[in-house]
Design a binder for this molecule. Structure first.
Ligand code: HEM
Length: 504
């Protein structure tokens, strides 16, 4: 498949020669994770920026952190666009009316700013603490009942449920109390994400592929119909609450002053004569929060606990930090009786943060960013990328650079306690790791994600001693691509209660 050299593209970064029209055949059939092994060979052969052809589309892949910084931060506005999406993406994003797929422009700016300053600023995030506590309690209850029955715990399944429950509170307040409905919503969203590789077939000649893959198209339409069926009643109920609030003043009936839906109701869309979002578009935006947050955080928590089981000494060190009197002294309270460590008391726990950071460095849930596109012709690494070129960046490689990280494949949270390892997760100054991306399109959920990761980790280490059915030495950290990159052999945890004192 490397027969015809790409002479006409010599200003592009180097890459394997390609068949005209079909590109490098081997790439067309691979998932992004499957691609990584091949890309590693290409980076070794051609350098840290390579061009690959997927059928008629060309893509640039970058593995070097300096080049990534130059593109995403220094030339951020040029690299901040997204590629024109295929039919399936357009269908489920209400024609690019969500944050991650919107082209770089006024609509994207409005939606992103609404999320970051309207919903994810610290006071608002604090106001959702009750939802996180409820989600944590649900996780603890599930774990407790499984371990008391002598069964090992399906860790990822529990975390997915808990995260869905917590993010639903951000979307809708406490409208979704029923465990069955939370599960249904979580499963339906995962069905869409898992199916996406298959739905991409509609990017090519859609009017033909929709006929050839009739059943598949029907499946996609059905998933979207189910999403609307589940979320529309919640959106309408939230509208009622907002109306009543306006009439009566103060909080909604559910005690939540605010939810993501509330913030979306009043938005006026730029370049569309200031029209409001349709109900379908609000479904899309609420779904985006679930799609973006559930599997990323749940998957990372699974990696945290797999590593804590594999390294019992790290787990004990973390438990010691949590148990140390420091956080109680700070408040002057006796928190021994508290069911959970409150979020605001996680601040001083440096080792906790180090464990989470080390997990994100070594096991970022996304090994690549979402694809970027360049807004205009741009020079990088001595090459010229024409306007519209699709570029992606290898997140997982950045965290393994031996020039930054000593023995990079080792799980060693202590590295983050060294004085000079004050890593900036937004990667603004430099990129040493970038699990959340960097620059304008970087993850707006960073703060919310870190809060969940630290809150769940601290409380679940305080509550249980973690071991595994498969035995400590047999914990296998091999990976597989699912919605994100997860454990190939899922962690089946065996938990012994340490305390959740007021429930004993
Ligand atoms: C461990 C948890 C998470 C990780 C590692 C993560 C990582 C990422 C990455 C790598 C990107 C792509 C950045 C790019 O294309 O340059 C992204 C985008 C995004 N993330 Fe996250 N994410 C996490 C959790 C969340 C949460 C909790 C939310 C919201 C509830 C969220 C919302 C988004 C959105 C809306 C985008 C699109 C941003 C844009 O296009 O402007 N993420 N995230």
């Amino acid at each position: 498949f490397w027969l015809v050299p790409t002479f006409k593209n010599r200003k592009l970064p180097p890459g394997p020669p390609t068949f005209p029209l079909v590109g490098n055949l081997v790439f067309v059939t691979k998932s992004s994770y499957g691609l990584k092994a091949i890309l590693r060979q290409l980076w070794a052969q051609y350098g840290p920026i390579v061009t690959v052809h997927f059928g008629p589309r060309r893509m640039i892949f970058v593995s070097d952190r300096h080049l990534a910084h130059e593109a995403l931060v220094q030339k951020g506005s040029v690299f901040a666009d997204r590629p024109v999406p295929g039919v399936a993406t357009r269908f489920v994003t209400s024609n690019q009316h969500n944050i991650n797929s919107a082209p770089y422009g006024d609509l994207w700016r409005l939606l992103r700013r609404n999320l970051t300053s309207g919903v994810f600023h610290s006071a608002r995030v604090r106001s959702f603490a009750r939802g996180r506590e409820r989600a944590l309690r649900a996780a603890v209850d599930l774990m407790r009942s499984e371990s008391e029955a002598g069964r090992s715990v399906d860790v990822l399944g529990v975390f997915r449920y808990a995260l869905c429950s917590s993010l639903l509170v951000m979307d809708f307040g406490t409208l979704v109390e029923d465990e069955k409905i939370v599960r249904e919503i979580e499963e339906e969203h995962r069905r869409l994400l898992l199916g996406f590789a298959r739905f991409n077939v509609f990017s090519i000649f859609p009017s033909i592929t929709k006929l050839v893959y009739k059943e598949r198209w029907r499946e996609l339409v059905e998933i979207r119909r189910r999403q609307e069926e589940m979320l529309l009643p919640l959106i309408r109920a939230r509208k009622e609450i907002v109306l009543k609030k306006l009439e009566g003043g103060g909080k909604g009936e559910d005690g939540f002053e605010f939810s993501y839906v509330d913030s979306l109701l009043d938005l006026e869309l730029p370049n569309e004569e200031g029209r409001r979002l349709t109900e379908g578009e609000i479904v899309t935006l609420c779904s985006e929060l679930l799609n973006a947050g559930i599997d990323t955080i749940a998957g990372t928590l699974q990696w945290v606990f797999a590593n804590l089981v594999k390294h019992p000494e790290i787990q004990e060190k973390l438990f010691a930090e949590i148990e140390s009197s420091t956080w109680r002294e700070i408040t002057g309270e006796n928190d021994d009786s508290a069911e959970f460590i409150p979020e605001e008391k996680l601040q001083g726990m440096e080792y906790l943060k180090a464990v989470v950071m080390e997990t994100l460095r070594l096991h970022p849930p996304n090994h690549f960013l979402l694809p970027h596109a360049v807004k205009e012709n741009v020079k990088i690494a001595g090459c010229v990328l024409p306007k519209g070129t699709i570029v992606n960046f290898a997140v997982s490689e950045m965290g393994l650079d031996e020039n930054v990280w000593e023995n990079p494949t080792e799980f060693k949270p202590e590295r983050f306690l060294e004085i000079n390892k004050d890593v900036d997760l937004t990667a603004t100054r430099e990129i040493t790791m970038m699990p959340f991306g960097a620059g304008r399109r970087s993850c707006p959920g960073l703060g919310v994600a870190m809060l969940h990761l630290q809150y769940f980790t601290a409380n679940l280490v305080r509550g249980f001693k973690w071991t595994a059915k498969q035995g400590t030495s047999e914990i296998d950290l091999s990976e597989k691509q699912e919605v994100g990159v997860v454990m190939k052999h899922p962690l089946e945890a065996v938990l012994v209660r340490r305390r959740i004192s007021n429930q004993s």
